[in-house]
Design a protein around this ligand. Structure first.
Ligand SMILES: Cc1cc2nc3c(=O)[nH]c(=O)nc-3n(C[C@H](O)[C@H](O)[C@H](O)COP(=O)(O)O)c2cc1C
Length: 184
């Protein structure tokens, strides 16, 4: 059982990267192997149907292989204009083509989100769930979302709020249970 974890933010110092790191620690503590993928470093180009299917960049070939090797996906994403970032949509679109090579089918997806605002990325999470579901993922119900994220982490990178720590732990537990069911 392996989980591919990545953030949908390309921003240096991203709060979603921080939330992802906390969740990855939690998963590892529950005995799950986690492959953390660096979206920014992969430098994925814009998907172009004229060239991308025939000649995908090495980073995309690598990303698709990592998705295929995983039972689950853990995605921490910001909300951009009541949706999720275009860069993340481009990544999902690019990786989903050609259709017979869609690596997402059958993966269990779990969603996280952090925002400096009060809305917890909930609208973005709904849109992301819609797309992941269309790609054939088994989407784990709910999402762990953090509002006012600039103040949410302590100096060690952990979540300051005990309630949020418990919510995340319960969510990760449900994720592990679903992964276990799908790994059989
Ligand atoms: C184009 C754009 C649109 C945004 N729209 C929203 C939004 O609809 N809701 C929200 O909570 N934050 C919005 N934000 C603020 C982001 O949540 C914030 O910039 C940041 O990306 C949070 O994630 P990060 O720290 O992981 O980068 C927007 C930011 C940008 C750049």
């Amino acid at each position: 059982m392996k989980v591919l974890a990545f953030s949908g933010s390309l921003r240096t110092g991203s709060t979603n990267e921080r939330l992802l790191a906390v969740a990855v620690k939690g998963l590892v503590a529950k005995g799950v192997e986690v492959d953390v993928w660096n979206f920014k470093a992969a430098n994925i180009p814009i998907y172009d149907p004229d060239t991308s299917d025939a000649n995908p960049p090495a980073a995309m070939v690598d990303f698709k292989a990592r998705v295929r090797a995983a039972t689950g996906l853990l995605i921490a994403s910001p909300e951009y204009n009541y949706s999720y970032p275009g860069a993340l949509k481009n990544l999902l679109d690019f990786a989903s083509r050609p259709p017979r090579e869609n690596p997402f089918k059958g993966r269990v997806s779990a969603q996280l989100g952090a925002t400096p605002g009060p809305g917890g990325t909930l609208q973005g999470q709904a849109m992301l769930r819609h797309v992941l579901s269309g790609l054939g993922c088994h989407t784990l119900p709910g999402a762990v979302t953090v509002s006012r994220a600039e103040d949410a982490f302590d100096e060690q990178g952990g979540l300051k709020d005990e309630g949020q720590r418990k919510t995340l732990d319960g969510f990760l537990q449900r994720f592990v249970e679903e992964l276990t069911l799908r790994s059989r």
